[in-house]
Design a protein around this ligand. Sequence first.
Ligand code: FAD
Length: 591
Amino acid sequence: MTYRAPVADIAFTLKHAAGLGRAIEEGLYGDLTEELVDAVIAEAGKFATEVIAPLNLVGDKHGTPFRDGSVIMPPGWKEAYRDWAAAGWNGLAAPADWGGQGLPHALSAACIEMWNSASAAFAIGPVLTMAGIEALAAHGSDDLQRTYLPKLVSGEWMGTMQLTEPQAGSDVGALRARAERVGDGTYRITGQKIFITYGEHDLTDNIVHFVLARLPDAPSGTKGISLFLVPKFLVNADGTLGGANDARCHSIEHKLGIHGSPTCTMVYGDHGGAVAYLIGEENRGMNCMFTMMNNARLAVGLQGVGIAERATQQALAYARERRQGRAPGASGSSPIIAHADVRRMLMTMRALTRAARAICFATATAIDRAQRHDDKAERRDAHDRASLLTPVAKAFSTDVGIEVASLGVQVHGGMGYVEETGAAQHFRDARIAAIYEGTNGIQAIDLVTRKLPLADGAAVRAYVDELRETVVAVAAVNDPALGHTAARLAEAIECLDRATAWLLGRLDKTPDAALAGATPYLRLLATAAGGAMLAEDALAAIRASGQGADPTGRAAAARFFAENLAVQASGLERTVVEGADSIAEAEAALA
Ligand SMILES: Cc1cc2nc3c(=O)[nH]c(=O)nc-3n(C[C@H](O)[C@H](O)[C@H](O)COP(=O)(O)OP(=O)(O)OC[C@H]3O[C@@H](n4cnc5c(N)ncnc54)[C@H](O)[C@@H]3O)c2cc1C
C-alpha cells in the first residue's frame, strides 16, 4: 500500500494542460515563479508520502470510535494533523490578511490531490475547513472574521459544513433546522443534522460548524435558508475558549469506506438552542453556501483523482511483480503486465487519472483567474469557465476515482478482493465521493440546466472552440507518436458540439429530455476536454524534448486516451440525443 507523490507529473500538468505556466508569464500571480511552484509541490509530496500515507490503513482499521459523546481519532492522526497544520498547509491558499499564504488555488489543488492520495479520510476534514474559510472571508462580518479566521486558517480549529437532514439531502430547500433571533444580534439553533463529516473529533480544541437553518418567518424552499456559524465551544472576548455550546454529536455512522473520517449526527438545542452567528444576510444562506460548496466540490473531485493515482501506482507495482501465464513470444511465465489486457487496464487507469487531474487543475486555474485578473471581462469569462468546469471536475473525477479503483482491484485478481493488499480500501474509499457534495447526478443537472445557458450558451461554445484549437495544434505537429489523436479528438469535439446544441435547444421545450441526457452529456464533455488536455500535455512534452526531456510517456497517454476512450464520444452523443425517449418509457420496464 505504498504511495509516492508523483510530483513531477503533477507539476507538469499544472503548468501545461491547466495553464498555470501561462498565467505566471502573464503576471496573474505577481512574483510567483515556476521554481516556487515546484518547491511547494515537492514539499507537500514529501509530507503526503512520508507522514500521511502510512496512516491510511491505520484509519481504515481503527475507525473513529464514539465514546461518551466523543469521537476518538485513529492512532497517530492527531500528531500528523498538528504537524501538517504547523507546516502551514491549511492556509496555503487562504488570504494573507488572516495568516494564510495567499498562494494560487491551482497550487492548493495540486496539494489537495496529494493529501487525498495519502489518505482521503484524513484530507476531507481540512478541505471542509478550507471551504469554510472561503465562505467566512467572503461573507462574514468583521467581528466574526477577526474571531474565527486566524484560528481556522492556522488549522488550530477545524470547520464543518452542515446542510443534510433526514428529509433534506439533494433537496436542501426541505431543511427544517430552526434559527430564532434572540434580540442581541445572535441566534439560537435547534434541530438535527445528519452525515456531518468531522462533526466531532479530538484533532482540535474547537470545531466551527457552518450550519444552514431557517428563520421562523423565512420563505419556503432555498430562498428561506440562512447560514450560521456555530462554535462547539463559545469564544470569549479575549479569544480564549468559553463554555460548551448547546450542540452535540449524537452518534456516528458505520460505513463502506473512509473509516478514518467521522460521519456524525449532530443535535442542536437540547437546552434551548445553540448560540449561532449569522454569516451574510438572513435568507441568503444558499448564496454563502455556494462559495463553500464550489470550493468543496473541486476538492472532492481531487479526492477522486487522489485515490485514482494511488490505486494506479499500486496496480502497476503489483502487475510488475505477479507472474501468471506466458505472454505471446515469452519463454517462461510472464509478469501480468506483459499481457495486453492487463496493460489495457493499466493504461486506462493512467489516462483517466491524468485527464481528471488536468480538468480539476484547469478548474482551479480558472478560479484564480476569476479572482485575480486585472481585466473585468477576463474575470467574468474566467468565472464562467470555472462555473462550467466545476460540476465536471467533481462528477467526472469522482467517477474516475471509482472506475480506476475498481480496475485496480481487477488487476490484483483475488488479492484485490481480499483486504490484504489495500486495493479494496481504495475502491471502498472512492465510492462516497460520487455521493457527497451533491451527487454526481445533481452535478450533471447543474451542468446542463445552469451552466450551459451561461452567457446564452456562449461560455460553453467558447470552450468547445478552445478544444478545437488543441486539435489544430496536434495535427500541425504531425508526430507519429500521437497516432490518430488529432482525428479522434476532432470527432469527439464535434460530438460534444452537436450534443450541446441539442440540449440548449431542449432545455425550455422538453426539460425532461434534457435532464435524461445530463449524466452522459457530462461524461461527453469530460471525455472531449480530458482528451484535449492530455494532448496539450503531450504537445508541451514534445516541445520540451529539445531540452532533453522524453515526451514518450505523455504522448502515449494522450494517444491511448484519444484512440481508446475519446472514441466513446459518439455513443455518448447518441445517448444524450436518442436516449431520452426510452427513459421516458422506463416505467414499463421497471414494473
Ligand atoms: C460519508 C458521508 C459524509 C457526508 N458529509 C456531509 C457533510 O459533511 N455535510 C452535509 O451537509 N452532508 C454530508 N453528507 C450528505 C451528502 O451530501 C448527501 O448524502 C448527498 O447530498 C445526497 O443526499 P441523500 O443521501 O439524501 O440522497 P437523495 O437526495 O435521497 O438522493 C438519492 C438519489 O436520488 C437522486 N436524486 C435526488 N434528487 C434528484 C433530482 N432532483 N433529480 C435527479 N436525481 C435526484 C440522487 O442523485 C441520488 O442518486 C455526507 C454523506 C455521507 C454518506
